[in-house]
Design a protein around this ligand. Structure first.
Ligand code: S3P
Length: 161
């Protein structure tokens, strides 16, 4: 299939890059989190609170398994590579781009965001260690890694396109 998946930690710029890529390449755009929120009629913190994280992870996998659209851009949630089944599915159905941003920048962008339940319930040290522990899975899943430091949105999308 002809999809482009954007993966990476929270706050690395997947949505911004995805939207721009979609515009440049004239391909439909899906934001996984937004699709889940729409489908459930609840915010992500509400889903976590009411049904728990595992349930949210199941929704992510279901989204990937059920998506019919072939030619499209998908920005994923930062935890999507936690499951091997998701890693495999993405690699088999498209090109996977990892947006690799430095933790300092990530933290600056996410630490006040009330819409990210994992950030809300954790300390900076915990988030930094989560970032470290997920890094290998991002690298392993991606076909291409794009380092975002010192690059503008335009440079990142041009590189990806
Ligand atoms: C999560 C990242 C979020 C969202 C949820 C869980 C994670 O997506 O899916 O809050 O586990 O890293 P973004 O990466 O778009 O913030």
């Amino acid at each position: 299939m002809n999809r482009i998946y954007l993966i990476g930690f929270m706050g690395c710029g997947k949505s911004a890059v995805g939207r721009r890529l979609s515009f440049l390449l004239k391909m439909p755009y899906y934001d996984m989190d937004k699709e889940i929120v729409r489908q459930m009629g609840m915010t992500i913190p509400e889903i976590f609170e009411r049904f728990g994280e595992e349930y949210f992870r199941n929704l992510e996998t279901e989204f990937l398994q059920n998506l019919q659209q072939d030619h499209c851009i998908i920005s994923t949630g930062g935890g999507v590579t936690m499951r091997k089944v998701n890693q495999r599915l993405m690699r088999q159905t498209g090109l996977v781009l990892f947006l690799d941003a430095p933790f300092k920048e990530i933290w600056r962008r996410i630490h006040k965001d009330p819409n990210r339940p994992i950030v809300r319930r954790s300390t900076r040290e915990e988030i930094e260690s989560l970032h470290k522990s997920r890094y290998r899975d991002y690298k392993r899943t991606a076909h291409i890694t794009i380092r975002t430091e010192h690059r503008t949105l335009r440079q990142i999308t041009q590189y990806a396109a």
